[in-house]
Design a protein around this ligand. Structure first.
Ligand code: SAH
Length: 345
């Protein structure tokens, strides 16, 4: 599938040059795709007939198929079908500051985090950049409003699909296209250290979030198999480097799992781990799912954990829960339809 939505403006410029056209065509095509939002090359009326014919022969403009949409207060969950029949989900959250879309980056996920529903389906494949772009277009067209923020926190591990994710970011950040501000884009990773280092070097300005979820390797090993490959110290070192090079603040996500990582001792260990780092901790009350035995921490425990961090001057918030009624909350994304096709642990 050679989707036109898989091309950055620069890719298109090079492409047009190669076929003996002016690179100026790239801007025109971008305008039709992302500003005027036409759905066929035939509508690109400022292009010559032969070029339209050529584009029709060489590229696809196929969109995602919306299979199902579920809504709750301030949240829509979308189930999309890809061209090969696989299905993915995206979640729109309406905040006071704008519309934030949580996109999926893979069909399934190989990271195997024990608490995560999305990870029960092994990775079937990476999404291409265009399949990420099309999630945004589909949602914008559904709500008839702009998506202002994008978080790569849906199904999949974005740093296990690095090149496509970076290309996607390039496409949606283009001021002549969807124009989502670089600081309004957040990539979340379970801690693939070599990719954190690569990402640091690129100095994109994209926000980085790390799914930490434990203050010690002992605990982290039990809940996140990836920790056997990249230890907490390695993550922290790569994050320090990131902060030094980019001068940006990093977000640490920390799910509170009852009696696993929510004790006062854990909070204190987390403080000593993060003390002095330019970071922000997002405490996530665990969203229980029917297939996984972990439990949500008690409210008093969550508040105590929060207080310990706060009193030690760590920037911390407790994440507001979104969409748990429609199973659209963190870690709840999956689709029965998808699961039929994959292997379930
Ligand atoms: N693979 C990336 C992107 C997924 S982000 C990553 O790990 O960062 C999804 C976030 O939701 C992660 O922080 C993940 O750990 C968290 N999460 C997973 N299951 C959850 C659950 N049941 N309740 C709350 N948060 C969950």
């Amino acid at each position: 599938m050679n989707s036109i939505y898989n091309y950055t403006k620069e890719d298109l410029e090079n492409y047009f040059k190669e076929i003996g056209e002016s690179k100026f065509r790239a801007g025109q095509v971008f305008d039709w795709l992302y500003i005027k939002r036409v759905e066929s090359f035939d509508e690109m009326t400022n292009l010559k007939k032969d070029l339209i014919k050529y584009l029709n022969q060489n590229f696809s403009m196929e969109r995602l198929k919306l299979v199902k949409k579920q809504s709750d207060v301030d949240v829509n969950k979308y189930l999309f079908e890809l061209y090969d029949g696989n299905k993915i989900e995206a979640v729109l959250m309406r905040h006071d500051y704008g519309n934030s879309l949580c996109v999926s980056s893979q069909v399934g996920c190989n990271m195997g985090c024990r608490f995560c529903e999305s990870g029960r389906l092994k990775k079937l494949r990476n999404l291409s950049a265009f399949e990420l772009v099309l999630q945004i277009l589909a949602v914008e067209e559904d709500i008839n409003e702009r998506v202002s923020h994008v978080v790569l926190m849906g199904i999949g591990e974005p740093f296990d699909n690095y090149d496509n994710v970076m290309k996607f970011i390039n496409i949606i950040n283009d001021p002549k296209g969807i124009n989502i501000g670089i600081r309004h884009i957040t990539v979340s990773t379970c801690g693939i250290v070599p990719k954190i280092r690569e990402f640091t070097k690129e100095k994109t300005g994209v926000n980085l979030a790390i799914s930490l979820h434990a203050p010690t390797n002992d605990i982290r090993n039990k809940i996140m198999p990836i920790n056997k490959a990249y230890k907490i110290e390695d993550i922290i070192n790569s994050v320090k480097e990131y902060i030094k090079v980019t001068n940006r603040r990093v977000t640490f996500e920390y799910i509170l799992l009852k009696d696993v990582n929510d004790t006062e001792e854990c909070a204190k260990k987390l403080v000593s781990l993060l003390k002095g780092l330019n970071c922000y901790v997002n405490l996530i009350p665990y969203n229980e799912t029917s297939h996984i035995e972990y439990k949500t921490s008690l409210k008093v425990t969550i508040n105590k954990f929060y207080d310990i961090l706060k009193e030690s001057n760590i920037n911390v918030t407790i994440r507001r829960e979104f969409g748990s009624k429609v199973s659209a909350a963190c870690g709840q994304l999956r689709s029965e339809q998808t699961l039929l096709k994959g292997k379930i642990k």
